[in-house]
Design a protein around this ligand. Structure first.
Ligand code: PLP
Length: 398
């Protein structure tokens, strides 16, 4: 009998884990399933990336190991983009690092900074790679609840002093998954100051920085003075360019911190496929133009979904960014039971808030990954499930 590790047992369930099986069963039964689960947009990747990828596939040089250095052209494109997008200068060879998707870098980061028993501070509800990476590296995650009354901001000033003293790393993510909250400059300043005071590495996850609406502009953490001392920032090509499956992102920060993550990665992977890096460089070079249609379509979808969900009986405000709606359920309605009922009765896949940790209870998430018409239909169906819960017909979460 092979005994599995305590770390493996300590991992919480992954929120998307059981959905594919349920969904397949329903599709086989002829149900019109509307999947608003994963944050995987239906837009195609940019043509310029597809063309660059095709060219690279025809050149055997791109089929070699990339190692951590990767493709200099990609690092340069990342550095140029940071300059254009945020007015920030980062050395392409020592201050940027290609990642096999930002998830990979975020989840490997704890290995570079925590010792057994050290704390990491993770937001809940939050992206599961933070808690997973922390546990796998032997850290003790401290759960910081994101509450609506605090605008879903991870407030380090509310974390007990004893935890701050043991903490090596905090994960901060705005625009936020799953709540779609955004951070104010004052909040970021307070957070950087506190990390500096306690020598806590601030992992700023900016995967959604390009998906912003109503003229809102998402900042880089490095726009905050002093952030370079304590922060690493993570960017992703997945959401900005609809390239989720290509697996490409990058980390940015001062050379010592980038070097530490590079060292960890050199033992577990050999970098993203060079052809993907070539395609990523092509996309980043055209980023400003490429994100416009994605952003505009998401904004249309957001507006359609918010209007239809309100008409269906839900109370929610339109978010300024990301690709999600984080929707409150009536008091006492278990989100897992609601999500299951929505799927089984109406064929709509939503993610229960509890799947993002107990602090997510009372909410569910939809991703704006289908067109406005389908979102309207999904909202009407979710309204039926809401009606069933109001009539007390919802079985407790099983
Ligand atoms: C907050 C957040 N960070 C990072 C990622 C990972 O993105 P990537 O595809 O670059 O690994 C996601 C993906 O959903 C996310 O929601």
């Amino acid at each position: 009998m092979i005994e599995l590790s305590q770390r493996l047992h300590a991992l919480p369930g992954y929120p998307l884990a059981e959905i594919p099986t349920l969904k397949r069963r329903l599709i086989e039964a002829g149900v019109d399933v509307i999947d608003l689960g994963a944050g995987d947009n239906d837009a195609p990747p940019p043509e310029i990336a597809v063309t660059a990828m095709g060219e690279a596939l025809g050149d055997p040089a791109y089929s070699k190991y990339g190692f951590q250095q990767g493709l200099p052209v990609f690092r340069q494109a990342a550095s140029n983009w940071l300059e254009r997008r945020f007015g920030l200068g980062f050395d392409p060879s020592t201050e940027t690092l290609p990642l096999i998707g930002s998830k990979e870098g975020l989840s490997h980061l704890p290995f570079a900074v925590v010792n057994p028993g050290d704390a990491t501070i993770v937001p809940e509800p939050g992206y599961q790679a933070y808690i997973g990476g922390s546990i796998l590296a032997g850290a003790e995650p401290y759960i910081a609840s994101l509450r609506p009354e605090h605008d879903f901001l991870l407030d380090l000033e509310r974390v007990p002093d004893a935890v701050l003293r043991r903490a090596k790393l905090v994960f901060v993510n705005y625009p936020n998954n799953p709540t779609a909250a955004v951070a104010t400059p004052e909040y970021l300043e307070r957070t950087v100051a506190l990390c500096r005071r306690h020598d806590i590495l601030l992992a700023y996850d900016n995967a959604y920085c390009d998906l912003t609406f109503d003229g809102y502009r998402a900042p880089s953490i490095f726009e905050i003075p002093g952030a370079r001392d304590v922060a690493l920032e993570f960017f992703s090509l997945s959401k900005s360019f609809s390239m989720t499956g290509w697996r490409l992102g990058f980390a940015v920060g001062r050379p010592e911190l980038i070097g530490a993550l590079t060292r960890v990665k050199s033992y577990v992977d050999t970098g993203p496929f060079l052809a993907v890096q070539k395609a990523g460089a092509a996309a980043l070079d055209q980023a400003e133009a490429l994100v416009v249609p994605i952003r505009e379509e998401l904004e249309r979808r957001r507006d359609a979904a918010v209007t239809a969900l309100r008409a269906a009986g839900f109370a929610l405000e339109p978010p300024k960014a990301a690709m999600y709606l984080w929707i409150a359920l009536p008091k006492g309605v278990p989100s897992a039971a609601f999500a299951r009922r929505a799927l089984e009765d109406t064929g709509v896949v939503v993610l229960p808030g509890s799947g993002f940790g107990p602090a997510g209870e009372g909410f569910f998430r939809i991703a704006l990954t289908v067109g406005a018409e389908r979102l309207r239909l999904a909202a009407a169906r979710l309204g039926q499930t809401l009606g069933a819960t109001r009539r007390g017909e919802l079985a407790p979460a099983g």
